[in-house]
Ligand binder design. Structure first.
Ligand code: ADP
Length: 394
């Protein structure tokens, strides 16, 4: 059984073809700058990587190129050999609480959510339609970034705003990175040898985008990203939490247009805003006591600690703290700064195990630590493939 996973971004398309029997990757790759004359294509299989620059007009053409490569390499003979295609869809609003087989009605609902994810949902829909054009009979499944968080209770997903903004305007917390938090939960349960229904964890996805999630009895009960992925932790270029009054101040007193403010908050803030770099590796290298790089790290870490503290307060018991995402998986320095001083919460870590960096999955708590500490490499594409299969098996 083979499942193709497609993750279409605003001008990019990431893909992975899985053999579901052993969950291995048959081929994977990335197309960037779709819509331009010099789009880049990278295609990996069997330890070989093909890279080229070519004109890719749109998602339809991108999909044609992808299938041509797959056929040329003999990885599939016919598109209908695929069990299904699973699509990452960023926003499923308050309608989709699990992966869903795509039909005309689902596509119409996805279009309704375009205002909630204006960069991503149109690309996701284009990817779905491009596959449909290639084969009308192939089964397609939408796997939503927001779905895992549909279990968040109303007192946590509502903002304290006038009610019609929620009832008519759909303004509420939706949360993102759902496939990642769900994937690491399943892996953490394997390490804990516990059923998901009995497991409470705090999951920290720390990449360019970053979010924390409080998981109780296997369900998300709160997360740091909100109506959009802008809220919460300090990210590569996104501000995370700010006083909303800042927006009015910049608009009214500094004359900034709303468009400029959006660019500032989305693309020029976070680590980049604080020190001019958004790559944590560079920031760590340049950090010295008292300089701007060290301050960026301090602010990044401080915000995460605040979320950990608040999630301890809402979870009755915490079994494990899980680190994932590029920074969470790879930076023992950042992990140790986050955990430093959390002894009062029952957390103590083993300095050596933290630095060991075993591939994919390891623990680094001290034996006596009440709370287990795990590093788990996330695999959003595999999670999408697994959820695609599950949605069709139901
Ligand atoms: P995205 O959200 O774009 O998927 P990733 O999860 O790949 O991002 O995370 C990217 C971040 O991870 C970057 O800030 C990068 O510097 C950081 N990162 C990757 N490897 C390391 C490392 N060894 N030490 C510190 N940070 C790292």
């Amino acid at each position: 059984m083979k499942i193709l996973v497609i993750n279409a971004g605003s001008s990019s398309l990431k893909f992975k073809l899985f053999k579901m029997l052993d969950e291995s990757v048959i081929c994977s790759g990335l197309m960037q700058e779709i819509g331009k004359e010099e789009a880049s294509v990278s295609f990996k299989h069997d330890d070989q990587e093909l890279k080229k620059l070519m004109s890719i007009k749109d998602y339809n053409e991108a999909l044609c190129i992808l299938f041509d490569l797959i056929f040329e390499e003999g990885l599939l003979v016919d598109i209908n050999e695929l069990y299904a295609v699973g699509h990452r869809v960023v926003h499923g609003g308050d309608v989709f609480s699990k992966a869903t087989q795509i039909n005309g009605e689902v596509v119409s609902r996805l279009k309704e959510f375009i205002p909630l994810a204006p960069l991503h949902n149109p690309a996701n829909i284009s990817g779905i339609l491009a596959v449909k054009q290639r084969s009308d009979t192939i089964r397609q499944v939408a796997v939503f970034d927001t779905a895992f968080h549909q279990s968040i209770p109303e007192h946590a997903f509502r903002y304290a705003l006038e009610s019609s903004l929620f009832f008519e305007g759909k303004i509420r917390r939706y949360g993102f990175h759902g496939s990642s938090h769900k994937y690491v939960l399943a892996q953490a349960c394997k390490l804990l040898k516990q059923d998901e229904k009995e497991t409470n964890i705090i999951s920290l996805h720390l990449g360019n985008g970053a979010s924390a999630c409080a998981i109780q009895a296997g369900q998300s009960i709160d997360t740091s990203m909100g109506m959009t992925p802008l809220e919460g932790l300090v990210m590569g270029t996104r501000s995370g939490d700010i006083d909303p009054g800042i927006i009015f101040y910049l608009h009214e007193h500094k004359g900034y247009s709303l468009e400029k403010i959006e660019t500032i908050l989305e693309k020029e803030s976070g680590l980049f805003g604080l020190c001019g770099e958004n790559d944590m590796r560079t920031i760590i290298k340049k950090a010295k006591a008292g300089n701007k790089y060290q301050l960026a790290i301090d602010i990044f870490v401080y915000r995460i600690k605040k979320y950990i503290g608040s999630y301890f307060a809402i979870l009755e018991r915490v079994d494990a703290l899980v680190f994932t995402g590029g920074i969470g998986e790879n930076s023992s320095e950042i992990r140790s700064l986050i955990i430093e001083g959390l002894k009062g919460l029952g957390i103590s870590y083993d300095v050596h195990k933290n630095r060991e960096m075993i591939k994919n999955k390891f623990s680094f708590h001290k034996e006596k630590s009440e709370i287990k500490l795990f590093v788990i490499a996330t695999d959003e594409e595999l999670e999408i493939a697994l959820q695609t299969k599950e949605a069709l098996d139901e």
